[in-house]
Design a protein around this ligand. Structure first.
Ligand code: SF4
Length: 341
């Protein structure tokens, strides 16, 4: 029986039949460290989908921290000149407007920062300071609104953020990163979609989804409401062991994105977030999956496979590479001299 409300405790998960009662004590230890939330849409989707269940159901493996794992795996802190801003590349900034999410993903790269009880949303003074920072640097062309998940903010709050950005002449593009259209599609109302737009600015929405089972009919409708309003969408996916680390699943996911008018953008190698080793593949495995994808689907369905280099050194495409010394590899693995001899 699907739940009518977001499940937030191990007891809720037992009540919904998602975990066995004997696991409660174990999961309480996980929940004491990392936030838990499963929306009604995802509680319904995980029924019969191990891939969805694995992304949102806490697991004792999260309490095991590998030596290479770190609280700030992609090094945001080193590039944060003030609360709510990450400025790693000259032409764009992250604006972390809030730190709560609709769901809490068990592999989250910001898991030490997000949660209902964690860092609070930006205060009015902090938001003023963040906007002043953006306004003060004419090189900032794009603002990436992230969190947490910015689409759990009310339309009124989003309208306020957009109105402030609209007043900054050099900001041309605003990109929202979110899981909401898939995990809580009812939240994508006409009012919220309207709030995403501002005169003179181009809005993009990047949808985070990792398995086709997340892209339900309701999710498709929610994305349709965004797209029909003239807001283009791209996807981002995290490569996750036991969720999407097989060629058929990745192919189905990328095809589904394109069918929904969402351009596959990034396939992220899973970051070194604490307690997430059970989700990580090797880079070689990721490259093999990308080769399989290249051989099967059109360029439209191809994301870039990327790694956020620990320490804040930015995002690097991590292949595979098809060009060698005097030769190029075709999508089926055949090697050819180039230029032809
Ligand atoms: S929605 Fe994004 S920020 Fe929130 S828990 Fe999931 S991955 Fe982390």
């Amino acid at each position: 029986m699907p739940s009518a409300r977001t499940l937030r405790t191990p007891a809720d998960l037992v009540g919904a039949g998602i975990v066995a009662p004997e696991r409660v004590a174990e999961l309480e230890r996980v929940a004491a460290r990392y936030a838990v939330a499963i929306t009604p849409a995802m509680a319904a989707a995980l029924d019969g989908s191990e891939a969805v269940a694995r992304q949102f159901t806490p697991d004792a493996a999260e309490l095991v921290q590998a030596p290479e794992e770190r609280a700030d795996p992609i090094g945001d802190e080193a590039y944060s000149p003030l609360e709510g801003i990450v400025h790693r590349y000259p032409d764009r900034v992250l604006l972390k407007a809030n730190h709560a999410c609709a769901v809490y993903c068990r592999f989250c790269f910001r898991r030490e920062m997000v949660g209902p009880d964690g860092v609070r949303p930006l205060s009015p003074a902090q938001l003023d300071a963040a906007m002043a920072y953006i306004a003060g640097d004419p090189a900032i062309w794009e603002v990436i609104v992230t969190g947490g998940d910015p689409l759990i903010l009310s339309p009124r709050r989003i309208t306020d953020v957009m109105a402030r950005l609209a007043a900054i002449e050099h900001v041309k593009v605003v990109r929202f990163h979110t899981r909401v259209p898939a995990v809580d599609p009812g939240r994508i109302t006409a009012k919220l979609v309207d709030a995403l737009k501002a005169p003179g600015k181009t809005t993009w929405v990047a949808l985070h989804a990792n398995h086709p089972d997340e892209l339900t009919a309701d999710a498709a409708d929610a994305c349709g409401r965004i797209l029909d309003a003239g807001i283009p969408m791209v996807s981002q996916t995290v490569l996750l062991k036991g969720v999407n680390d097989d060629a058929a699943t990745l192919e189905a996911l990328m095809r589904r994105f394109v069918e929904l008018r969402i351009k596959p953008y990034y396939l992220h190698h899973a970051d070194l977030a604490p307690g997430t080793a059970h989700f990580r593949t090797t880079i070689a495995e990721g490259q093999a999956l990308m080769r399989a994808l290249r051989g099967k689907v059109s360029g439209l369905c191809q994301p870039a496979y990327v790694l956020d280099i620990p320490g804040g050194h930015g995002k690097a495409p991590i292949g595979p590479c098809y060009v060698g010394d005097g030769e190029v590899t075709d999508p089926n693995g055949g090697r050819h001299a180039y230029p032809p001899r």
